[in-house]
Design a protein around this ligand. Structure first.
Ligand SMILES: Cc1ncc(COP(=O)(O)O)c(C=O)c1O
Length: 354
């Protein structure tokens, strides 16, 4: 089986070592280990009765909940089958521009959508870690272009200040900002472009409930943009991309303030535990992150390290050699529970001292 280009491919990992999927400890997908919230699981059970009906194609209730949360009219919000589905439609819009800048290294799925619609892609490598995003512009030419940005950025964990992205909105015909990980940033530090959405019809923001609420198997995300984008996407796509279970789960998740607080508390200390532990292992160089994953430079080639961790400890990390420009010396790990982080640190420590 080929090396996967996304984290979280447990079927691939289990096949590598001939063990059941359930015995692998997954650090490769950046998912909140505290979830899914019990309130969400209850809401899914309640929704089982609704399976005999089609979902509301307008997703009125879910949109209303999201619109109250973000203090925006419902027409500016479109739920989708994960952020991935909405990135597909954003790619169709981007493909209509003369060319599209895509940050490298970056989330590989942007290429799928853009290539699928025949977009002319210009890879945009940026110096990281960097304290601002302005230098992105130094590498772009022309105005007849679109750009796709990821903030906070996967895989570096870099958070671009909102003000640094403003020049992109002034310069590009279409700016797509993937904020799939923004919920992990404490509210006082969040750099979402949401406050500017009504002022910039060329801005599309994509969000995900997958990571923060630990729902990758359910598939739920949403886009926020001027209604003229979203109405067009609604005409292009199938009538019921979000199923009824995901609708109920999304509403329950957004209302679960206690889960948000619990996650924030866990993350600040579990992140410190993991970062400090990594800094103590000779041969590893973690890159400080704004979110729930950490990119780490390794003296042992990342694929070899991934295989050793899998075979000896049944731990899966994300080998980052499939990210452009990172080469074979980086891996990415999610921040998990204290006990799981400890297990990983011990395994890494054993490998690097042997
Ligand atoms: C940066 C980024 N955006 C979007 C996604 C896709 O999110 P979803 O599960 O909501 O489709 C991922 C998944 O790994 C991601 O890393």
């Amino acid at each position: 089986m080929k090396q996967p280009v996304h984290g979280g491919n447990l079927v691939w990992a289990a096949a590598q070592i001939g063990c059941p999927v359930s015995s692998i400890l997954d650090f490769s997908a950046s998912i909140n280990p505290l979830g899914p919230p019990p309130s969400v699981l209850t809401s899914i059970k309640t929704a089982l009765d609704s399976l005999r009906h089609y979902p509301d194609p307008q997703y009125t209730k879910l949109r209303k909940t999201l619109s109250e949360w973000h203090k925006l009219p419902s027409e500016w919000i479109l739920p989708g089958n994960g952020a991935a589905e909405l990135l597909t439609w954003a790619s169709r819009d981007l493909a209509a521009e003369k060319h599209t800048y895509v940050m490298i290294p970056g989330f590989r799925d942007y290429w799928r959508g853009l290539e699928g619609f025949g977009a002319k892609i210009i890879p945009l490598s940026f110096p990281w870690p960097t304290s601002d995003g302005l230098n992105l512009l130094d590498h772009c030419q022309g105005t007849e272009a679109g750009i796709i940005i990821n903030n906070p950025h996967n895989p570096t964990g870099q958070l671009f200040p909102r003000e640094a992205l403003l020049p992109l909105l002034e310069r590009f015909k279409l700016v797509v900002v993937d904020e799939a990980f923004m919920d992990f940033v404490p509210p006082s530090g969040q750099q979402s472009l949401l406050p500017w959405i009504e002022a910039y019809p060329n801005l599309i923001i994509v969000r995900s409930l997958t990571k923060f609420y630990s729902l990758p198997g359910l598939r739920l995300g949403y886009a926020i943009a001027h209604p003229h984008h979203l109405q067009r996407w609604q005409r292009w796509r199938d009538p019921w991309p979000v199923n009824s279970l995901a609708v109920n789960a999304g509403i329950a998740a957004i209302k679960d303030e206690a889960f948000v607080q619990q996650t924030r508390q866990w993350l600040s200390s579990a992140y410190q535990q993991l970062l400090t532990g990594l800094l103590h292992i000779k041969g590893l160089e973690p890159v400080p992150s704004s979110v729930n994953f950490i990119l780490v430079k390794t003296e042992i080639p990342s694929f070899q390290l991934q295989q050793e961790l899998l075979q000896q400890y049944r731990i899966l990390i994300r080998d980052c050699s499939t990210f452009e420009t990172l080469g074979d010396r980086y891996f990415r790990i999610a921040v998990r529970t204290f006990e799981e982080n400890h297990k990983l640190l011990e395994a890494l420590s054993n490998i690097f001292t042997s």
